[in-house]
Structure formats: C-alpha cells, structure tokens
Design a protein around this ligand. Structure first.
Ligand SMILES: *[C@@H]1O[C@H](CO)[C@@H](O)[C@H](O)[C@H]1NC(C)=O
Ligand SMILES: *[C@@H]1O[C@H](CO)[C@@H](O)[C@H](O)[C@H]1NC(C)=O
Ligand SMILES: *[C@@H]1O[C@H](CO)[C@@H](O)[C@H](O)[C@H]1NC(C)=O
Ligand SMILES: *[C@@H]1O[C@H](CO)[C@@H](O)[C@H](O)[C@H]1NC(C)=O
Ligand SMILES: *[C@@H]1O[C@H](CO)[C@@H](O)[C@H](O)[C@H]1NC(C)=O
Length: 891
C-alpha cells in the first residue's frame, strides 16, 4: 500500500495529471453488537464515467495481502461470499449509493464476528492506472453492556415541593466509549427533553426548561456509581407527566465527531402534582367561649394544613361578617383594619370595637385575639388563607415571582357578645309554721337551677312582708324586713332592726343557695304574706359588683286563728284569820287561754272597804323577785310571804294578823311572754282575782293610859319626874303575857309649838333617848308592868313645856298564842315649869364678880354631877334587868 501511495503521489506530482483517491471513514470504528453500522466510501480524482462502482471486502488483519472475504458489490449481485449471501439477501448487509462517487456499507445488526478490517475497492475506469484503488477501516464490535435502570419517582408530589428523577446508567468500559443521560417528560403523545447530560460532561437544557434551570428550579446531581439525579423543585401542576430516562453510549471518531453507538430509554414513572388547593385545609377552632360578655377577649385559632405546608407562603386574614379585621401578609407583616373603623356614626365610645391581634403560634396555627370586645364584635368569623408558591428557583429573591396556588376560607364560627344574665328559680317554703301566737316561724328561700352565674358572682336576698288586711298597716304595700347583701352583710329594715338585734328575728344563709327567715315568737302582726327576692351580682369588666338579675318568689301566707290570750284568776282561803295574831293565807290560781309559754307577775292588793283606796302590799315579778308595797309597815315585812306554789298558783301569807289588817285582799296577775330567751318580758294580758276578806272582832283586853307629874314646877338643877300609867280591863292577860311600848313626847311652848320625841322604851325594854337641845339628862324607869317613869335630872329652863306619853300594848292572845298588838294609846298632857329665880340670882354675881360666879357655878355643877351620877345609875339598872326577864319570857 505504501508503495501504491508513493506511486500515485509521484504520478500526481510528476505528470501533473489526476490520480484516483479512495477514502473511507477513519477508524477504528467502535460499534455495539446488534447495532447498525455504516461505513462510507468515496472516490475522487478519477477518470472515466462519473458513476463509479464499489466493492466491499473484509479481512481479519490489516495487511493488504491477507485473505479477504467479499461482502458486497455495487455492480455484481453474486459478488458476496457464500457465508454472507444470506445476510445480504435479507438486507442485513446492504450497500447504498449516496452519490455517483460515494456509497455506504450498512450492516443492520452488527455481530461480533463482523469485527475486522473493511476494504473499499473501486475497479479502475481510468485511462491509466494512477492513485489508490482501495482503502480500509477497522471495525471493533463490543458487546452491549449499557444498562439504564431508573428509580421510580414519587408518584404524587404536592405542589411547590420537589421530586427527584434518579437514573442509573452504566456500561462496561472496554473501549473508550462515553455516556450521556437524557431526562424527558411525556405528556400525551408529545415528549419533551428536560435536560441532557453528556457525553462529555456538558448540559443541554430543553428550551422550555431553560429559565427554570437557570433559576435553580431544576438541579442536576451527577451521581456516583452511575447514578444521575435530576431534582425538580417547586413543582406545579404543569409538571405532571410520565418521566423517562434515556441512557446513550457514544464514541468519538473522525477527530471529534460524536457517534451514538447504543441507547436505552426507560420509563421512570408517572408523577402527579397534587394542587395545593386539594390538600389545603383551613379549620377554625375557638379556644374561648363564643358567648362573650363585653370586655372579654375573643380568641379564635385558625389551623392551616396542607401536604406542602413548608413550601407555602401563607397570607392569613380574619374576617368578621366578610369584613377584613386583620391580615398577616405573606411576609409576616400584620395589617390591622379594626382600629380604623369609623363606620359607626353616633355610636361614640360604645361602637368601638375590640383590639385585634394576630399571631402565628405554630406551624400553620394563626391565633386571632380581640381584646375588650363590644357588641359590635359579634358576628360570623372566618379565616381566609391564601397560599402562595414561589415560581421557579430560589434565587428569584425580590422579583416576586409568586403565584397564588390556592385560597381557602374556613368554616364559620359565630361569636356573640352579649351580657348573659344569670338565671335561676326561687321557691319559698315553710319550715316551721306557727299555729298560734308566739310560736316560731321559719321560712326557707331556695335558689335552684342556677345557670350562667359567672365565677365571682354573689347572691343577695331581700325579705318582704305584706300585712294581712285588718292586721297591722296597709296590706296593699309590702315592706322590707331586711336583706343580706352580696357581701353577706345583714341590713335590717328600720322597723325590724330591734327585733333582729335582739335575735327575735333572724335572716341567714344556711346553705350556699338557701336563705332562711326565722322568727322565734311570732306575733300577730307578723301574719301576712312573705316573699324573698334574690338578686345575682356579677363582676363587670371594671371589677365592680353589679346587679345583673333579680327574681322575686311567689308569696307565702302565714296566718293562724289568733285568739286573744285570757287569764282567769281565782283566789281562795287557805287559812282564815278569825282572831288577831292569827295567820292569814290565800292562794291565787291562774288559768290561761291562748297563751304559750308565759311568766306571771302577781300584785297582792288590799283595801279596807270596797269604797276605800287600793293599796299594794307585795309584788312578785315574773322572775320571782318579791317587793313590798309602799303601804307596808317595814316592821311587818317578816310576817308577809308571797310565793309561787306551782307554775300557775301563788300563795300569800300574812302572819300575826292585826286589827289594822282587816279588809279585802286579792291578786292582780299579769301574764308576760318573752320574744326570745334572755329578752325583756312583754305584757300579754292581766286579770284580777275575786276578793277575800280578813274580818275578825277584837275580843282581847282594853287598855287606858294616864300621865302624872309629881310636881308641875321645879327649880333648875332639880329632878322632875313624870309617870305614865297603863291600866288593862276586860279579859286581862297575865302579867307576863303583857308588854308595852312606851314613848314620851315634849312640846316646847316657847319659840313655836314643836313636838318632839324625848325617849322611848320598846316592848322588850330597850330604851332609846332622842337628841335634845337641853343639857339636862333624862332616864326612863319601868316601875312595874304598868308603870313607866320619865326622870329629867338637872332641869333647865329649856325643859319647860308640855309632856305626854303614848303606848302600844302587846299581849299574848289566849286564843291564838301569838303576841298581838292592841291599839295605840295617847295620854293627856302635863305641864312642867322650871323656875328661873335662882338662875337670875346666879347671874348677878357673874356680873359683879367672876370669883363668886365661878364658885357658885362650880358648886352647882359638882352638885348636879354628883346627883346625876347617883340617880342615873339607879334608873338604868332596874328596867334593864326587868327587860332581860321579859326577853326570856317572850322567847
Ligand atoms: C447501577 O447499575 C449497575 C449495574 O446494573 C450496578 O452495578 C450499580 O450498583 C448501580 N448503581 C446503583 C447506585 O444502584
Ligand atoms: C436518546 O438520547 C440521545 C442523545 O440525546 C438522542 O439522540 C436520542 O434520540 C434519544 N433517544 C430517544 C429514543 O429519545
Ligand atoms: C378596612 O375596613 C374598611 C371599612 O370597614 C373597608 O372598606 C376596607 O375594605 C377594609 N380593608 C381591607 C383590607 O379589608
Ligand atoms: C329546674 O330545672 C328542671 C329541669 O330543667 C325542672 O324540671 C325544674 O322544674 C326546675 N326547677 C325549678 C324550681 O324551676
Ligand atoms: C333645838 O333648838 C333649835 C333653836 O332653838 C331648834 O331649832 C330645834 O328645833 C331644837 N331641837 C329640838 C330637838 O328641840
């Protein structure tokens, strides 16, 4: 061959004439078994006819002298070697004329045995042999080792998110071949290439995907181990389709021309993009009651969910009755539209809506808070969500290549702002009903079925009373008894405050929802209708207690057959006093009607005759305190006894009845009731008993008295003596059964008539001297049972005057054996004159000489003292010893 080259080159250069040139593709050609092969051959610089013939042969080695196998010829149909004739006949091997001077040898499916050197030969048509007439190229046949195994992509992809197209393309590297991967998507019949990677590392993007690829929306991840990944991000519904992966093996020949030697296209799978609108859920849930009271906070929660929530940019708006309140924009900026509402013209401050706030509390959670709601804030609340998706790549930045993928509005939540009044029922029930006056009464006011009572609320009660017609005041108007206010304070009505303070009437709260009215002793004026009014007090937004609702119970009538209490008092004799000194005793029995528990006070009254004035002897209070009436002689108190014999019987005893005790006696009894223990008595009624008479005839002795003076005129310093004599006649008692109480009186004649008691001796012999103006000394002497002496020792001028004595005889009654007092006796008067002639003579020496006067004065003083000393001793001793005896006798 080299020789041929050299020869033709020599001819060309030397002769200047053309020399034939046969050319085939430069080799070696690497082809894959089973794939078609075409080898072109052309001829130029030839002579003869334009149309040239070609013959193809092959050999196992490259030497021109080696054995060749004839393949096909353009002019000789029987050219082919028998081993190939079948393949030629079937068209597996063919030769195609491209031009007059160019043909192509085609093998439809190359076999490994086809590897070798292919010779293209042109028979000469030239005038002289010049140039080369054949040329060869090497064909290398490699086995098909291309493997394309795609990974099925996620069949359903939420809009806005990513999916990966992963394809494993490998081949066994025996010859320098190259790989490329093509991803394409098929929609209907048309298929579009998305991206081609290779064969030499270059990327070719499909025209429709160029922008998206540039934005980073489509990313190629060349893999290891033959895995190539294409990540498609921010998918939209337009990305729906069947995805395919095409692996191609290449070889480079003819100085850089890429020849595709085998390819394999595999369907990866169908990808369906779920539209956002399909999975977007907007649900409203409230966390606060939808029934609000003004001032409360309305809280509503909007929960947004979607398959591709992280990919979504949400615009969340809250609407009330379709009106935008507040919106959180895609970027998180909150725009409130509530404060600028000025639609309510005359509403003023009342029309002000609550202050709205909106915050994102978690993924897809948006909370609306409306603080300080007013009535205007009520309405149908919805949450509207607009979901935005970023188009294309992430690098779009401020370009705002956003599109709204979906818009959803939540369910409606009704919010009502109203003052909900607490409601409840009342029932007024009797616990104790009085059957008669002074019985206790107890009423219970039950509050039941309480609803809508907010925390911190209180109940207050007011009790009312309406009098019955004819009892008490005007029955048409009710009046308050008292109330327990919301803070539990007891507020009595003025007319009841006294009874409440004393505990006779009480208002209380016995159980959380039961109020009680209690009257200890029910009075007639308490009859009538009772009502309780219960008010609920709730806290308003300012923290003040306000009355929110009030209910009045039905009336409960309390009445009984009121019978006036009455008393019947019967007095009767227990012991009759028929003689003086006897004991009188009477009993008074009380019978009460229509009177409960009662206490009695007793007055023992008397009168001398039925016409004379009434005197009270003794009283007994309901608390059993005995007192003596003013008319009672203090000395006789011991003989008067008034006792309570039983609950309804009283006894009066008068011991030692005297004549002065004669008359009528009776009991005046008053019944008292108590409203409450430890309280003052209230008068109920009173009655007088029949009258009982003490009447007896005095049949004891009769007494008389006389006074006698031994001298009616005495000189100063002399002793004057007066004798009081008593005499007894009739049934005269024995000496020892008789005693007198004697008293002396002096009536001064000068300087006005004044009678004063001088001295007395009681019936037991005890002497009492009264203070006198005179310096003279007196003594009393009992001469015998009937005779009493008054001595005036050392009489003075001031002792001049009238004297008389009085006596009260006491005798031991033979019939009763009791000391009895007889009527008082008064003597006549005697006159005593103290001469003052000596007194005058004693005066003269006083005037003329002190010594003489003193001498006489001293003398008379000593004389008086000595005389008084002797006389007083005598008079003092005698009666006292007598008296001692008398005391013993009386005991
Ligand atoms: C790709 O395919 C080849 C041949 O089938 C296999 O050897 C290789 O492990 C595969 N790569 C991966 C990542 O599966
Ligand atoms: C496979 O990819 C190659 C290179 O891009 C292309 O030439 C060929 O037509 C593709 N094959 C199919 C069946 O699409
Ligand atoms: C804000 O409120 C006004 C009056 O209620 C209304 O006209 C306007 O449309 C609201 N703005 C938005 C963004 O809804
Ligand atoms: C309380 O409610 C119950 C059930 O609603 C009713 O039957 C009952 O009568 C009510 N009680 C009063 C006192 O209203
Ligand atoms: C004592 O004398 C005075 C003055 O003369 C007189 O007022 C008074 O009553 C006298 N008293 C007696 C107890 O006589």
């Amino acid at each position: 061959m080299d020789r041929v080259f050299a020869l033709s080159f020599a001819l060309f250069v030397l002769g200047g004439i053309s020399a034939r040139v046969v050319k085939v593709s430069s080799g070696p050609l690497i082809r894959v078994e089973g794939q078609p092969v075409s080898i072109r051959c052309d001829v130029s610089e030839y002579g003869g006819p334009r149309e040239q013939d070609f013959e193809w042969m092959m050999s196992q080695d490259s030497s021109s002298g080696g054995s060749r196998t004839k393949i096909i010829s353009t002019f000789d149909a029987s050219y082919s070697h028998p081993s190939l004739s079948k393949r030629v006949a079937s068209g597996d091997i063919s030769v195609v004329r491209l031009h007059d001077n160019e043909v192509e040898l085609k093998v439809a499916e190359v076999r490994t045995v086809d590897a070798g050197f292919y010779w293209c030969q042109t028979p000469s048509t030239d005038s002289e042999i010049s140039g080369n007439y054949e040329e060869k190229v090497q064909l290398i046949v490699i086995p098909n080792t291309l493997r394309v195994s795609p990974q099925a992509p996620t069949p359903s992809v939420p809009e806005g998110s990513d999916f990966t197209l992963s394809c494993n393309v490998t081949r066994e590297l025996t010859q320098p071949t190259y790989l490329s991967v093509t991803w394409s998507v098929k929609r209907g019949t048309s298929s579009e290439d998305i991206l081609v990677f290779g064969p030499q590392g270059e990327v070719v993007v499909g025209s429709k995907f160029a922008r998206r690829y540039a934005d980073g929306g489509i990313r190629l991840v060349p893999g290891r181990n033959g895995v190539f990944e294409l990540v498609v991000t921010r998918v939209t519904t337009s990305d729906d389709g069947i995805y395919e992966c095409n692996g191609t093996e290449w070889t480079q020949e003819d100085g850089g021309r890429w020849v595709k030697i085998v390819e394999s296209k595999k369907e990866m799978g169908t990808v369906t993009v779920t539209p956002t609108g399909q999975s977007l859920r907007v649900v409203l849930s409230s966390t606060s009651p939808q029934l609000l009271t003004p001032g409360n906070t309305l809280t509503l929660l909007c929960s947004v969910s979607a398959d591709n929530l992280p990919a979504l940019a949400l615009e969340v708006a809250w609407l009330a009755d379709g009106r935008d309140i507040i919106t959180m924009e895609r970027g998180g900026v909150v725009i409130s539209n509530s404060s600028s509402s000025s639609s309510s013209g005359g509403g003023g401050a009342q029309g002000r809506r609550g202050e709205a706030s909106l915050e994102r509390t978690g993924a897809g959670e948006y909370r609306l808070g409306v603080r300080g709601v007013s009535r205007e804030d009520g309405g149908a609340y919805t949450c509207r969500v607009r979901a935005f998706l970023e188009k294309g790549g992430r690098s779009s930045g401020g370009g705002g290549r956003w599109h709204m993928a979906a818009e959803k509005t939540s369910n409606v939540m009704m919010a009502k702002v109203a003052t909900i009044k607490p409601s409840f029922s009342l029932s007024l029930d009797p616990v104790l009903t009085p059957q008669m006056t002074a019985d206790p009464t107890e009423l219970a006011c039950h509050v039941t079925n309480i609803t809508h009572l907010p925390p911190g609320s209180r109940l207050a009660v007011t009790w009312e009373h309406t009098s019955l017609p004819g009892v008490g005041e005007d029955p048409s108007t009710s009046h308050a008894i008292g109330s327990l206010d919301a803070h539990g304070n007891l507020i009595p009505a003025p007319s009841y405050s006294e009874r409440m303070e004393s505990g006779a009437l009480s208002l209380s709260r016995v159980q959380p929802n039961t109020f009680r009215l209690k009257v200890l002793t029910t009075q007639e004026m308490d009859m009538g209708q009772y009502m309780c009014s219960v008010a609920a007090w709730t806290l308003n937004s300012q923290g003040e207690m306000i009355q929110s609702s009030e209910l009045r119970s039905s009336a409960l009538t309390i009445r009984w057959d009121a019978k006036r209490p009455s008393l019947n008092v019967v007095a009767k004799h227990i012991r009759e006093a028929s003689v003086g000194g006897a004991t009188f005793e009477m009993s008074c029995s009380v019978a009460a009607e229509n009177l409960g528990e009662a206490g009695y006070s007793v007055l023992i009254q008397t009168q001398d005759s039925l016409q004379s004035s009434v005197r009270t002897i003794m009283t007994l209070s309901p608390d059993s305190v005995v007192q003596h009436g003013g008319a009672t002689d203090p000395n006789r108190r011991d003989s008067l006894v008034l006792t309570k014999a039983s609950s309804a019987e009283f006894r009066f005893r008068l011991a030692g009845v005297q004549l002065s005790d004669r008359g009528y006696y009776w009991c005046d009894i008053t019944a008292w009731t108590k409203q409450q223990l430890g309280q003052a008595w209230t008068k109920a009624t009173s009655a007088e008993s029949n009258k009982i008479r003490i009447d007896f005839e005095e049949n004891g002795p009769s007494f008389s008295i006389t006074i006698h003076s031994d001298a009616s005129t005495v000189y100063p310093w002399e002793t004057a003596m007066m004798e009081c004599s008593l005499s007894v006649s009739g049934s005269s008692p024995k000496k020892d059964d008789l005693a007198y109480e004697v008293r002396w009186y002096f009536t001064r004649l000068r300087g006005g008539l004044v009678t004063s008691q001088v001295a007395s001796m009681d019936r037991f012999g005890v002497v009492r001297k009264d203070t006198r103006n005179s310096s003279s000394e007196i003594s009393i002497e009992r001469k015998d049972t009937h005779t009493y002496l008054l001595n005036i020792h050392g009489t003075q001028d001031s002792d001049s005057g009238e004297y008389h004595c009085m006596a009260t005889p006491w005798y031991l009654s033979a019939s009763t054996g009791v000391w009895t007092q007889a009527a008082e006796l008064t003597s006549t008067r005697v006159f005593l004159t103290v001469k003052f002639a000596v007194w005058e003579s004693l005066k003269l020496p006083l005037l003329y000489g002190v010594s003489a006067s003193v001498g006489v004065g001293l003398f008379s003083l000593v004389l008086g003292l000595v005389c008084a000393q002797c006389c007083c001793r005598n008079t003092a001793h005698t009666p006292r010893s007598r008296n001692k005896l008398m005391d013993l006798e009386m005991d």
